[in-house]
Design a protein around this ligand. Structure first.
Ligand code: PLP
Length: 390
């Protein structure tokens, strides 16, 4: 096809591939419990859907300003200011079709050949993919189980060179559910400020915390070089609406909006009006969803820890359990494949999130408690037959 050579450096998200494989098995009549995909299993709350429908009737069907509709930028600035205690003005907010474009555009805006960017590993696969696509060098920051999958700030400092331009952090984290403490964030933000490194703080799971509190490096670092990524997909069960945003300096917001003008013009107007309702309307659906996720977390982590050869640290946020499966004697990818093919349980190999995910499987517990119980039962039966060599 004679593609540009950079296309060979572009990675992907294997969650979508496993989902497709699982659906193909279901089409053949097989039963599969889906613990692979990272999206809430409930529908968007009714008040948000109604606001989107009303916006369509009210004529929010045209192009809008590239940085986002003023009503939504104001609501986001107010929400961030109240929730995080960091004064943010609407001109620091840019709205995008999802959180993902924030990574894409920030990396395109900052990185070029010769630069280095440090990213969490295991981590969201698109970070490494996009860094490498830009031509920069992707430097893995290992997140280790013995450190609850949090960033080891000394190790981070040892990876910084005079070419390091960007650091990406993600708390609560996908795929491990780890949560950075305020002390971690302060040390990270101060290191970046001292070395002049840009910081992308992916806070997409900030409202989904089971134990502890969310904090942001915006409270501690050089705000002129910090960009926060957040959005509506996870918190408000709005994955298909495509709505996310960044919060950054007014100056960098202009560059991010310029990229948006070039790529998508703007985010869909009716979707943005639904976002205003999400932020300004009742929050009880979010609270209810979180309580249910916490119960599911306890169920799946206890169940995994009861399996022979499997152990799992308690995730503090998001909706993922990252289980150590080294005791089963099977490799991560092999176990991912066999669990799907032989037991009808779809999950992801830790290696889908980078080399430091080897020896682990990620289970998304955005599924009902009944389905989680069924998956655990199937996993147990599978391990017993694998041990018996059946
Ligand atoms: N960041 C992380 C860590 C994620 O896990 C995801 C989605 O899975 C995103 C960002 C992007 O979410 P969206 O583009 O749906 O807002």
């Amino acid at each position: 096809m004679n593609l540009a050579s950079r296309m060979a450096r572009l990675g992907t998200e294997t969650a979508f591939e496993v989902l497709a494989r699982a659906r193909a098995l279901e089409a053949q009549g097989r039963s599969v419990v889906h613990l692979e995909i990272g999206e809430p299993d409930c529908d968007t709350p009714a008040n948000i859907v109604a606001a989107g429908q009303k916006a369509l009737g009210d004529g929010f069907t045209h192009y809008g300003p590239s940085p986002g509709l003023p009503a939504l930028r104001e609501a986001i600035a107010e929400d961030y200011t109240t929730r995080r205690g960091v004064e943010v003005s609407p001109s620091q907010v840019v709205v995008f079709p999802g959180g993902k474009p924030v990574m894409f555009f920030m990396i395109l805006a900052l990185l070029e050949e010769g630069d280095e960017a440090i990213y969490p590993n295991p981590g969201f696969p698109i970070y490494q993919s996009m860094i490498e696509y830009s031509g920069a060098k992707a430097v893995a920051l290992p997140l280790r189980q013995e450190n609850e999958f949090r960033v080891d700030v000394d190790e981070l400092a040892s990876l910084v060179t005079d070419r390091t331009k960007l650091l990406i952090i993600n708390s609560p984290q996908n795929p491990t559910g780890s949560l950075l403490t305020s002390a971690d964030l302060k040390a990270i933000a101060e290191l970046c400020a001292e070395k002049g490194i840009w910081l992308l703080s992916d806070e997409i799971y900030s409202r989904l915390i089971h134990d502890g509190e969310h904090d942001t490096p915006m409270r501690y670092g050089d705000r002129s070089r910090i960009c926060v990524l957040d959005g509506f997909s996870k918190t408000y069960a709005m994955t298909g609406w495509r709505l996310g945003y960044c919060i950054t300096s007014e100056e960098f917001a202009v560059s991010m909006a310029r990229l948006q003008t070039n790529a998508t013009s703007c985010t869909a107007a009716m979707t943005q009006m639904a976002g205003v309702e999400a932020l300004r309307g009742p929050q009880d659906a979010v609270d209810g969803m979180l309580a249910e996720f916490t119960a599911r977390r306890n169920l799946i982590v206890d169940g995994l820890n009861a399996l022979d050869g499997v152990s799992c640290v308690m995730p503090k946020g998001a909706f993922y359990a990252f289980a150590d499966i080294t005791g089963t004697g099977l490799g991560s990818k092999e176990l991912e494949n066999r669990l799907l093919d032989e037991a009808g349980v779809a999950c992801l190999s830790g290696t889908s999130f980078g080399v430091h995910g080897d020896g682990f499987l990620r289970f998304s517990y955005a599924n009902s408690q009944d389905n989680i119980r069924e998956a655990l039962k199937r996993f147990e039966t599978f391990l017993a037959s694998a041990r018996a060599g059946v």
